[in-house]
Design a protein around this ligand. Structure first.
Ligand code: THU
Length: 138
């Protein structure tokens, strides 16, 4: 296992690209894969899961976070999101909030496709001035 303090972003991106193939997106036909690395260096991957009742669909990031939590992970040290090739598939607003629940502001969030990493962000750059636990417990 690699040093969790030095996230292997290429490996994380590869996991997001790989799991994207399992996305269930029969309505939008827009398949997304996501992967998060937890505080022990483990990689957890998930895909979007749509539903005929459209609002019940779940984003790939939410799936990956759910897998991490089920495996006992509690912190996200890096995240990757994979959409179709050539698409800058940045996390939706809700998923930025979901990532911020488990990740510090400097945590890298990379966008990728089958060509590799195409953009690099951080949690803070994606969600500046976000609401979090600090506001609930000032
Ligand atoms: N989607 C994600 O999985 N993650 C995002 O951050 C953006 C959008 C999914 C939701 C839906 O299944 C499809 O992409 C089209 O919006």
């Amino acid at each position: 296992m690699s040093d969790p303090l030095i996230p292997d972003l290429e490996a994380l991106a590869a996991a997001a690209v790989a799991v994207r193939a399992n996305a269930y997106a029969p309505y939008s036909l827009f398949q997304v894969g996501a992967a998060v690395m937890d505080e022990t260096g483990r990689i957890h991957a998930g895909a979007n899961v749509e539903n005929a009742a459209y609002p019940q669909g779940q984003c790939a990031e939410a799936s990956a976070i759910g897998v991490m939590i089920a495996a006992g992970g509690r912190r996200v040290l890096a995240a990757a999101v994979a959409g179709p090739d050539g698409v800058d598939c940045t996390p939706c607003g809700g998923c930025r909030q979901r990532l911020a629940e488990f990740a510090g502001p400097s945590v890298p969030v990379v966008i990728c496709d089958t060509t590799g990493i195409t953009a690099r962000h951080t949690v803070a750059s994606l969600l500046p001035h976000g609401f979090g636990a600090a506001q609930l417990d000032p």
